[in-house]
Every structure is written in C-alpha cells, then in structure tokens.
Design a protein around this ligand. Structure first.
Ligand code: NAD
Length: 480
C-alpha cells in the first residue's frame, strides 16, 4: 500500500479508505493508495504552514543543495522508477526514462536560478527617498498534477516553489500517484525538512477541492483539463488566490509546400503518437498545403501502421495503451462522430486485436481525412492517438483555420521561407510556436497557453515571479 506523505511521515487517510491503481496495459492492480479527505488535507496544509518560516529563512544555496541532491538520488533509482511509472501510467519504459530525466533537468535548472533572484533599488522623485523592491516567497502552494506526465509536470511546479522558499502540498492524479510519492520521498532523503513538501492522494473532487479551498493555501499551480481548471479558478476566486493554470490544447501543425517533408512527417508522427497521444502539447490538427498533401499523408499513414503498439514494459513497444478505459471510449466516440459525418479513416480507427491486447486500453494510431471543420476531433481536445488532416491552399487559410479553436497552447509551421515563418510566429494564437521543429519545450523559455489553454507561465525566468510576492518599500532618510 502506497501511503500519503505528511510532515515527513508516511500515513494512511484518517478515513481509513483506500483505492486501487491499475496497470492500463493489463488491468492488474499495481498498488492501493490512501483515499484522502479534507481532514488529511488539513493535516498536510498545517504541516506545510508550520514548516514555512524556517524554509523561507533558509539560504538559497542550501535550498538549491537539497534540490541537486534529490536529483542525484533520482538518477540512482531511474530504472525502478521508470518501471513503476510505466506500470501505473502505461507509457513505454523509454518514455518513462525520458520523463524522469526531464524532471531531473528541470529541477536542476531551478536549483541554479537561486543566484539570479533580484529585487530592486529605485531612486524616488522625492529628495533623499528611495524605494526597494523585495521578492518574497508566498507561503503554502498547492501543486496539482494530472496523470499523463505526472513526474515532469510536478517538476515544473515544485522546482520554482521550493527554490524560492515556499512550502508545498502535492496532489497527484488518483490513477497515477505512485511514482510521484516515490519522487517526493527522495527529496526528504536529500534533506528536505519535514512538512516542506507533502503529498495528498485521493479524488480531485474531494482532496483536490479541499486543497484549493484551504485558506492557508495561497497559490495553486494546476495542470489538467480545461473544465477542471475552470472549477479551480472559480474556487480560487472566492479567496482571491493566485493561480497558474496549464490546461488542454489542440495544437495545429501547418506544413507548407516548401517544407522538408521527411522531417515534418516524422515530427507529426512523434508529435501525435508520443505518450499514446495523451499530451497537452501534441499535434492534434494537421493542415497540409495542397502540393504536398498526397505524399505527406501516404508517408504518415505508413509510419502510423508501423508503430508497434503494446505493453509499455516490452522494450519493443513504441506506443502503449490509453491510460483508462474511459479515456479510450472518449477518443472512440470522437472518431466515430467524425466518421458518421463523412470523415474517412486511412489507418487505425479501432482497437488492436490479439490476446495481448484483451485486457488493456489499447487503440490503434489513427489518421482521418475529409473531416468536417466542426467535427468534435476539430473543436475538442483529442487526448489519444487520432489525427485529423486537412488540405489548405494558402498560408492565410491555414492560419485562419489553425486559430479557429478555443485552445491556444502550442503550434508549429514547417517551411523554408523565413517570411512565412515570421508571419506564422506573429499570427498563431498560442503560447508556443515552433518553426521546423515541434513539441519540445525548454526550461529556458516561458511556457503557458493563451485562450482556454491556461493562465500564467511555467519555465523561463518569469516563473519565479509566479511563486514570489513583489513588495515595494519606501525608505525616507529621516522621519517625515
Ligand atoms: P484532470 O483535470 O481530470 O485532473 C488533473 C488533476 O486535478 C488531478 O490531480 C485531479 O485529481 C485533480 N482534480 C480533479 N478535479 C479537481 C477539483 N475539482 N479540484 C482540484 N483538483 C482537482 O486532468 P487529467 O485528465 O488528469 O489530465 C488530462 C488533461 O490535462 C488534458 O486536458 C491535458 O491537455 C491537460 N494537460 C495540460 C498540460 C499543460 O501544460 N497545459 C500538461 C498536461 C496535461
């Protein structure tokens, strides 16, 4: 049984209730977890509150040391943690390894930023007076993460939060909390004082909401679905709490007739089928210039057909199952709705057959054409391995269609024409635009969606401001 972590100790829920975590490839129970309630949240937030003054007063260098040490410990355990992540989440082990490495480099990135935290000195227009700008930690922060990249998305939140002196209560998704608990334990092993980081498990509607509502939680870093983000934002508004919301997306990819086709096809396949299509930043709508439409689609279909689907623990697997049966049904319904309205499936559109697939939530890589522009696969986020493709005549048309979405997370354009690239970078309504590459995010650059894809930024130097209060101080040489 995997317990919660409160004030440095592994504990069960006060309610005594538990729930199961299942392997999406086999349906087997991987472990049970505590079904946390508001009472447990009270304990965790209390511990984080009590730990705050001492942690906030700890020098940056010491805080950074703990972060570096935790990453070193993570590297020693990479193999068994990657296996655990695959067993609970479903992704191929090689992708689990990438996720853990990504987490490590993100934490190290933040650990290195301590020396760059700056306040300010401002001469004022009144003679002799000057202003100071202080940067201070906020207090207790909630870090709420989904199941698709439970570990790397955690890093985006706890890295900056801990570095600048906040304390944290982590809430992982109920269906993929196990690796997160293990990773947080490594921070305690690395010397993080008890209470500075705690983990609560249990349903989002119970444990998650109690955390968001708790008056001592001053900042919520949330990654998840747009509808949940809406709820979190509404709850946070009641007490004017700070929120950073990283939500859903429906990233367009535009391929012009002057693009490097081989590379663009490869990017489209990886960008859609990585993590079985369950990524916020994934290529979810493809717009191809007429001139390259036929060869591009043929190559993409060939790649999709070759992708080996299976249990993520099998080293030959290139795409695992969907994370839950409900998730698979959702994708099936979205695809079927498009087909019912005239779309054509070029490959996939079904569950793979065979005894090895019988108990898991598998679905074949799917490519759709002739898709109505208002089909669900066009207007909603498709969180699975299905890609609708459209033909466009001009860049104007492509940009207009790409922007026809409530989402604005990532976007990409493939072209050898600098003018086209610049125009797309200017006009695509998204937090990120890649030119001739796709879906790789960098700690160095600010990341966060526009429109209904989110509010606020993670990564980049900006992120520290999202985890600190900025305070102005006026100094007068003598009392006025
Ligand atoms: P989800 O919104 O169902 O859950 C996310 C987290 O929120 C979980 O820990 C869950 O327990 C918790 N939660 C649920 N209801 C809550 C509530 N009422 N109050 C507080 N917490 C609550 O999302 P999911 O299905 O786990 O993840 C998939 C979604 O996440 C997709 O829409 C995807 O695009 C999005 N996502 C966005 C990003 C990004 O950076 N923009 C990254 C990854 C995933």
């Amino acid at each position: 049984m995997a317990q919660m972590l409160i004030n440095g100790a592994l504990v069960n829920s006060a309610s005594g209730k538990t729930e199961e975590v299942r392997n999406p490839a086999t349906g087997d129970v991987v472990d049970t977890i505590a079904r946390g309630t508001a009472e447990d949240v009270e304990q965790a937030v209390g511990a984080a509150q009590a730990a705050f003054p001492a942690w906030a007063g700890t020098p940056f260098a010491r805080r950074a040391e703990v972060l570096y040490k935790a990453v070193a410990l993570l590297r020693e355990r990479e193999k068994d943690l990657a296996t655990l992540l695959t067993r609970e989440q479903g992704k191929p082990v090689r992708e689990s390894v990438l996720e853990l490495r990504r987490f490590g480099s993100t934490i190290e990135h933040y650990a290195g930023m301590g020396k760059n935290v700056r306040g300010g000195y401002v001469p004022l227009i009144d003679k002799g007076k000057y202003g100071m700008i202080l940067k201070r930690p906020i207090g207790v922060c909630a870090s709420i993460v989904p199941w698709n990249f439970p570990v790397s998305l955690l890093g985006n939140k706890i890295g900056p939060a801990l570095l600048v002196g906040n304390t944290v209560v982590v809430k992982p998704a109920s269906s993929a909390p196990l690796t997160v608990i293990e990773v947080v334990r490594l921070f305690l092993d690395a010397g993080l004082p008890p209470g500075v980081m705690n983990v609560i498990t249990g349903p989002g509607s119970v444990a998650g909401e109690a955390l968001v509502r708790h008056p001592a939680v001053r900042k919520i870093g949330f990654t998840g679905a747009t509808d949940t983000g809406r709820r979190v934002m509404a709850l946070a508004a009641e007490q004017i709490k700070r929120v950073t919301l990283e939500l859903g997306g429906s990233d367009p990819m535009i391929v012009c007739d002057d693009a490097d086709l081989e590379r663009a096809v490869s990017a489209a396949a990886v960008g859609r089928f990585f993590n079985c299509g369950q990524a916020c930043l994934a290529i979810k709508r493809l717009y191809l210039f007429e001139g390259i439409y036929e060869p591009f689609v043929a190559k993409l279909v060939e790649r999709a057909k070759k992708l080996r689907v299976g249990n993520g623990l099998d080293p030959d697997t290139r795409m695992g199952p969907l994370h839950t049966d409900g998730q698979r049904r959702e994708v099936e319904e979205q695809v079927q709705e498009a087909v019912g309205r005239g779309a054509k499936i070029l490959t996939g559109g079904a569950r793979p057959e065979g005894p090895e697939y019988a108990k898991g939530y598998f679905y074949l890589p799917t490519i759709l054409v002739n898709v109505p522009e208002d089909a669900r696969v066009a207007t909603e986020e498709v969180f699975g391995p299905a890609l609708p493709v459209w033909k466009v005549k001009t860049l104007d048309e492509a940009l207009e269609k790409a922007n026809r979405s409530i989402y604005g997370l990532g976007s990409s354009i493939w072209t050898s024409d600098l003018a086209r690239a610049n125009l797309a970078a200017e006009r695509l309504e998204a937090g990120y635009t890649w030119v001739n590459s796709a879906q790789i995010i960098y700690d160095e650059l600010p990341f966060g969606g526009v429109k209904q894809s989110g509010v606020g930024k993670e990564h980049g130097s900006e992120v520290l401001d999202y985890y600190m209060e900025t305070k102005a101080v006026v100094m007068a040489p003598s009392p006025e």
